[in-house]
Design a protein around this ligand. Structure first.
Ligand SMILES: [Zn+2]
Length: 305
């Protein structure tokens, strides 16, 4: 067993479409913890343990959050929230396991082909609730960790959830809040449309307005470059994806769709939703083969036997 692990401590593997470069993956002192996390993910998936397919299926995990609260709201119907205490525990686990939080903007800077040189993970947050500023931002600052927040630019409250689920009215962050997040250097701002539109169901003109208009608004208002987009409700089709590309974004995140591999499609990056997950569920979702496993399951629906 010891030999097995020492053999894994330095693994070279082939990255086919990144200029055929060989990339070295170094696991540090925390290798054993890393192995435990990956092991849990792998066991959960009921894989036959095969190190070659295991490494081939690596991808930077992308997590999806929405709301951060002080106490669990039993009346909430959509339940897309996490308590601050629980979120802090997750940040501590990530630190302990040697993960580095990053953003899509930072990954572009270092080059996607270098994304396995550290144990990167991307925390993303949808909608832009003011509770992000209140509960999440102080914790990110405390642990010096990063996140990508996708803002709905044209609403000051969750009108879409009130209309669809009878959810209580909750405020979005103010411009002053957003400016502070940007200033910290810990937050990348992305777009989540103007009105939280279900994009495949609206006209092409409205798609353009929602996708390009929100980008323009964010760039003008905050003096930043916005290059990442999140599809509301995770709903998209090929036409919507084209509008996102034409608007000048360089990546877009979905929810339960996509292959789980960045190089397959940067405009349908699969994310794992984190709400009331317990520790085991969280460990499964941050293990690198999990997304790939979910992506493989997703791809099966397109295979006609
Ligand atoms: Zn949303």
């Amino acid at each position: 067993m010891a030999h097995y692990f020492s053999m894994l401590q330095k693994i070279r593997y082939f990255q086919p479409n990144q200029n055929s470069k060989r990339i070295e993956v170094h696991f540090g002192k925390d290798f054993y913890l890393h192995a435990i996390v990956q092991g849990i993910g792998t066991l959960w998936m009921n894989f036959n343990f095969n190190i070659y397919s295991f490494m081939k299926n690596m991808e930077v995990p992308v997590l999806m959050y929405h709301q951060f609260v002080s106490e669990v709201d039993k009346n909430s119907k959509i339940k897309t929230f996490i308590t601050a205490r629980h979120f802090e525990l997750q940040l501590k686990i990530l630190k302990m396991l040697g993960y580095t939080t990053t953003t899509f903007r930072d990954l572009q800077k270092i080059g996607l082909e270098n994304r396995f040189k550290k144990k990167y993970i991307i925390l993303t947050v949808d909608d832009g609730y003011s509770n992000n500023y209140e509960y999440m931002f102080p914790l990110l600052s405390k642990y010096n960790m990063k996140a990508v927040i996708y803002l709905v630019t044209g609403l000051d409250h969750n009108r879409w959830d009130m209309a669809n689920h009878g959810e209580q009215k909750l405020p979005m962050m103010s411009k002053a809040h957003v400016k502070e997040l940007i200033k910290s250097g810990l937050i990348e701002i992305g777009s989540h449309t103007i009105t939280h539109a279900n994009l495949p169901t609206v006209s092409h003109e409205d798609q353009v307005q929602e996708i390009a208009g929100s980008k323009e608004f964010l760039e003008k208002t905050y003096g930043i470059k916005v290059t990442s987009f999140a599809y509301p409700y995770g709903q998209l089709n090929e036409a919507v994806k084209e509008v996102v590309k034409d608007a000048g974004y360089t990546s877009a995140v979905s929810a339960n769709s996509g292959t789980g591999k960045f190089e397959d499609d940067l405009f349908e990056i699969r994310r794992s939703g984190i709400n009331k997950d317990g520790i085991i569920s969280f460990l499964v979702k941050i293990s690198q083969p999990y997304t790939s496993y979910k992506g493989t399951q997703w791809k099966k629906q397109f295979v006609r036997l």
